[in-house]
Design a protein around this ligand. Structure first.
Ligand SMILES: NC(=O)c1ccc[n+]([C@@H]2O[C@H](COP(=O)([O-])OP(=O)(O)OC[C@H]3O[C@@H](n4cnc5c(N)ncnc54)[C@H](OP(=O)(O)O)[C@@H]3O)[C@@H](O)[C@H]2O)c1
Length: 375
């Protein structure tokens, strides 16, 4: 086996391990680590939960004395600062590792090349960039938040085969079957927040919870310029147990905001007059709250506004073999949309999944990768 095959094998394993932290580690990145001595894996580790140990010390502990003179593969640059845990660069040096292979530099300001530089200064061989595209793909939500200050927005919808998200009366329960809906609950369980438009909140009276609960409890957010969310709604009635944020506009009546607050909701009042601007303001606010993954569950007006603003990053589109018909029955993306087909967005990294008789089409909005300064 050529050395590069061995390196790819080590990094592939590190990336596989990293994914185990999904939903548990945010706002931290997912990181996996493998220690290899004479072509044999002697230690593995991953960052399992926010606040717990990083991947590198876990893998080094598993390797023990076998780490001396070994190669360490890690899916993201080792940290060099005292955060919730000690610096990983130090642990690597103390373990006597000879060579470090890093998939990607960490853009987080407290690291940003410092971990790699420290290891090189100490005389270790450090190679950066092996399977970097795969590492960027894995941690795209983290990278977006760290580099732009906004969370990764996932648009989710369910359509009939004729492309409707509801009938002309607004009824949408249910388009997909129970298994596809279970898949949505799994997705909800790793989100920091779930967003819906005010009409969806009114018409569907949703709970927006993950059932059964997942790795995290998402903040339930209603985009509601006039703070009209009824106190009798399921969201308001459960706000004391599970957090609800009403994202209102500057013209929302003060008395309504007060009543929602008294009922246990947080009312966030955006300052921009323009409702699309306010959506972006809200994204900045969620980023400040260290939110990494946010699910937007509709309806068509809200998703259309976000699409027109090129604001969402990923799509989970469920298609059911049902026919609804009707010019007035809504589709998932309202708003302006594209004028011509050459402006239509083709998703990348598309995955198709047959779930009972429904199909899940999952893919990402193509964007140029954020470049990091070479070190
Ligand atoms: N099948 C599915 O996947 C699915 C998912 C969700 C909903 N639905 C269905 O979709 C229907 C509701 O969808 P909808 O499109 O009528 O309404 P919507 O997107 O849920 O809510 C639209 C409302 O959100 C508020 N809003 C605030 N800022 C906005 C902005 N920047 N862009 C857009 N909206 C903004 C506006 O009300 P204010 O002016 O009061 O703020 C607007 O009228 C229901 O029938 C529901 O059952 C289906």
């Amino acid at each position: 086996m050529s050395p590069s095959d061995a390196d790819r094998r080590g990094m592939t394993r590190a990336l596989e391990l990293a994914l185990r932290g999904q939903g548990f580690v945010e706002p931290n990145p997912m990181v996996g680590c493998v220690v290899v001595q004479q072509n044999r894996i002697v230690g593995e580790g991953w960052h399992a939960r926010f606040g717990e140990r990083h991947a590198e010390p876990v893998a080094l502990e598993a390797a023990g004395a076998a780490a001396r003179g070994a190669t360490l593969y890690v899916s993201l640059e080792p940290c060099c600062h005292h955060g919730k845990t000690g610096p990983c660069s130090q642990a690597i040096l103390e373990a006597g590792i000879a060579r470090v292979v890093v998939a990607q530099q960490d853009p987080f300001a407290a690291v940003a090349g410092g971990g790699i530089a420290e290891l090189r200064r100490a005389g270790l061989t450090v190679e950066v960039g092996l399977m970097e595209p795969e590492a960027r793909w894995l941690n795209a939500p983290y990278l977006k938040r760290v580099t732009t200050g906004r969370p990764w927005l996932i648009a989710k919808w369910a359509v009939s085969l004729d492309g409707k998200i509801a009938s002309r009366s607004g009824d949408s329960a249910w388009i997909t079957g129970p298994q596809a809906r279970r898949r949505v609950h799994q997705l909800r369980g790793r989100m920091d927040a779930i967003l819906v438009g005010s009409r969806t909140a009114l018409v569907d009276n949703p709970r927006l919870t993950a059932r059964p609960p997942g790795a995290r409890t998402p903040l339930r957010i209603v985009i509601d310029s006039q703070a009209r969310l009824p106190e009798t709604s399921y969201l308001v009635r459960t706000a004391a147990e599970l957090p609800v944020l009403v994202a209102a506009g500057p013209a929302a009546p003060v008395a309504r905001c007060r009543r929602l607050r008294q009922a246990g909701c947080e009312v966030w009042v955006g300052t921009a007059e323009d409702r699309d601007q306010r959506l972006l303001e809200l994204c900045d606010e969620l980023g400040r709250r260290q939110m990494t993954n946010v699910l937007v569950e509709g309806g068509g007006c809200l998703l259309g506004s976000l699409f027109d603003a090129a604001a969402f990053d990923e799509v989970y589109g469920f298609v059911a073999p049902k026919l609804i018909g009707g010019t007035d029955a809504p589709s998932p993306l309202a708003g302006r949309g594209c004028l011509n087909m050459d402006q239509a967005i083709t998703l990348e990294g598309v995955r198709l999944e047959l779930i009972d008789s429904d199909i899940l089409v999952q893919g990402r909005i193509p964007r140029p990768p954020t470049t990091l300064p070479a070190i």
